[in-house]
Design a protein around this ligand. Structure first.
Ligand code: PBG
Length: 307
């Protein structure tokens, strides 16, 4: 009876698995702070994607670790960049798998900031041109959805315009709309080697104290043409997922970020929490709050458990 009256059900189709692509061949390097997650070369990512597809998982989101970083983030938008190369390879082997790409510069800039740095601060409008170029190169290489995570103002509009002008009207935009300057991205920055070399991201990411501002950011991104929006991180911001669900009739995603994952894994490894229950309870809560899509490092084990 408990099963019969359950209000919230999970489905592997709602999960998106983040993957970190690195140069080389045959490389699968575990990320210290994120057990069971790896930096993988393109050939390994292709294999991983086949498994993701066979588990019925909704899709993957790709993050790139470029061969070299520079001031102009040139690795982000080059036709032969790491993400573009991975996209073409995955498309070849698993043509039906949904592929999302993270559109940002912090993995590609020598200073680790998400945009062009002028006089010690990120220059919003120059960064928009980089982001639009990156999104277009991802679309060309086969991305179904581009997901800008930089938090520059006006980036959804800039990306939409560039995609449409180049014949990619069908490429969707998932906007990291309400993205907070959060401590919980710590392990990701180890995974993606994207820690800022000076300062922090508070000039472009949101203050965790501001829920009303989050709704405003979401509204802006939708006006500019976002097809879906995201709240990030997930568990500390369930109230905002819930408010967004009530206010906006678009697909809502939540990102259960690296720190949320690592906290659970650390407790599990210490014998302080039960693995499966901790994983499923958090995913259920995020879904109950109103997120139809969850970006989560638990995608594979959760999908296996759901059968
Ligand atoms: C890039 C980006 C970050 C994450 C996703 N895209 C890091 C950041 O903003 O510093 C974090 C994801 C995670 O912690 O799992 N800007």
């Amino acid at each position: 009876m408990r099963r019969l009256v359950r209000e919230t059900r999970l489905d592997p189709a709602q999960f998106i698995l983040p993957l970190f692509v690195c140069p080389g061949e045959g490389i699968k390097r575990e990320i210290g702070s994120m057990p069971d997650n790896y930096q993988m070369s393109v050939d390994q990512v292709v294999k991983e994607c086949a498994e993701v597809q066979s588990l019925g998982i909704g899709g993957v989101i790709l993050f790139g670790l470029p061969e070299a970083k520079d001031e102009a983030a040139s690795g982000a938008y080059g036709e032969d960049g790491i993400v573009q190369t991975a996209l073409r390879a995955i498309r070849r082997e698993t043509p039906k798998l949904l592929i999302v790409t993270d559109v940002c510069n912090c993995e590609y800039t020598s200073h680790g900031h998400c945009g062009f740095v002028k006089d010690g601060d990120v220059d919003n409008d120059t960064t928009l041109q980089w982001l639009a170029k990156t999104a277009l190169s991802h679309a060309r290489a086969g991305a179904d959805i581009v997901a800008p995570s930089d938090m520059m103002d006006g980036r959804v509009g800039a990306i939409r315009q560039t995609l449409d002008a180049n014949g990619f009207e069908k490429t969707a935009i998932l906007a990291y709309a309400a993205k907070f300057a959060s401590v919980f991205y710590g392990p990701f920055r180890e995974a993606a080697e994207s820690t800022p070399q000076f300062g922090d991201r508070r000039s472009y990411q949101m203050d965790p104290a501001n829920g009303r501002e989050a709704m405003k950011e979401i509204a802006f991104d939708l006006e500019e043409g976002a097809d879906m929006i995201m709240v990030k991180p997930a568990l500390p911001y369930l109230d905002l997922i819930c408010q967004a669900r009530e206010r906006f009739d678009v697909p809502i995603a939540a990102y259960q970020v690296s720190g949320e994952y690592s906290m659970i894994m650390a407790a599990v490894r210490n014998g302080w929490l039960e693995y499966e229950r901790a994983m499923m309870e958090t995913l259920t809560s995020i879904t109950r709050a109103g997120a139809g899509i969850i970006l989560t490092y638990f995608s594979k084990p959760a999908a296996r458990l759901l059968g």
